[in-house]
Design a protein around this ligand. Structure first.
Ligand code: CA
Length: 240
């Protein structure tokens, strides 16, 4: 980090707040900690931070509401949010991601994992190439997977792979945003069309089929337990 980046830590447990602050400061962040969701929103609107670490259980506004309001407001929409949540609160994690949070870490967490998630979230949200990837016709991941949206073709290590339309759309959705967790409902919303009717359960069946068909790269589709799926954070680049 060259210039001091600011991180806003929203956490009501003082020890955890200080722990997160310690590790972020060590990496050059200037940190503000608040235990109030309302205060966090005020602070973020006055001076949008580079990053928000957001606990879900807060004494006033809960973290999901804070996340929602951050994403509703023009000034704060682009701030990457990494949620902190108690273990076993998958429903909250799913809601948070659907509201626009970038990632989450479950407590108790190792600082190494937290920092890795933070760096990923920052890299994803600041890399313009990755944003453009949603619009391009071809996505390459680690030089192995090529998705040609226009031709509806997928190849792995140069060999063409036959996917159904639904499988194609699902793989395309996940691979275009490597590292981003997608919930089953988000996958359904993105893939659902006149020809495809998907339920939560059929998602898992399709994923299994895709993994099998893309061979070695099948491992790149990671199951995020209780939440959904994510394509491993490889080197997705666009090409003409
Ligand atoms: Ca809390």
């Amino acid at each position: 980090m060259s210039v001091k980046s600011t991180a806003l830590i929203v956490e009501d447990e003082q020890e955890i707040g200080e722990l997160v602050r310690f590790h972020l400061q060590r990496e050059g962040f200037e940190c503000a900690v608040t235990r109030s969701g309302r205060r966090a929103l005020e602070m973020a609107r006055q001076a949008p931070p580079k990053l928000m670490i957001l606990d879900l259980m807060l004494p006033d506004l809960d973290g999901l509401e804070v996340c929602k309001r951050m994403k509703e407001h023009d000034d704060t929409r682009a701030v990457p949010i990494v949620m902190l949540s108690a273990r076993g609160s998958e429903n909250d994690i799913v809601s948070g991601i659907e509201l626009g949070a970038d990632d989450y870490v479950t407590k108790p967490f190792s600082p190494r994992v937290l920092m890795a998630r933070i760096h990923n979230a920052l890299r994803r949200t600041t890399a313009p190439v990755r944003e453009q990837a949603t619009e391009s016709t071809i996505v390459r991941c680690s030089g192995k997977l090529v998705i040609d949206k226009e031709r509806h073709q997928v190849s792995v290590n140069g060999k063409q792979v036959a996917l159904t339309i639904t499988e194609f759309e699902m793989l395309n959705m996940l691979a275009r945003k490597p590292g981003f967790v997608r919930t089953r409902d988000q996958i359904i919303a993105a893939v659902h069309g006149p020809l495809t009717v998907l339920s939560q359960r059929t998602i898992d069946v399709h994923i299994t089929a895709i993994r099998r068909k893309i061979g070695d790269l099948g491992e790149a589709i990671e199951t995020v337990r209780g939440v959904g799926y994510r394509f491993a954070d490889g080197e997705a680049v666009t090409a003409e």
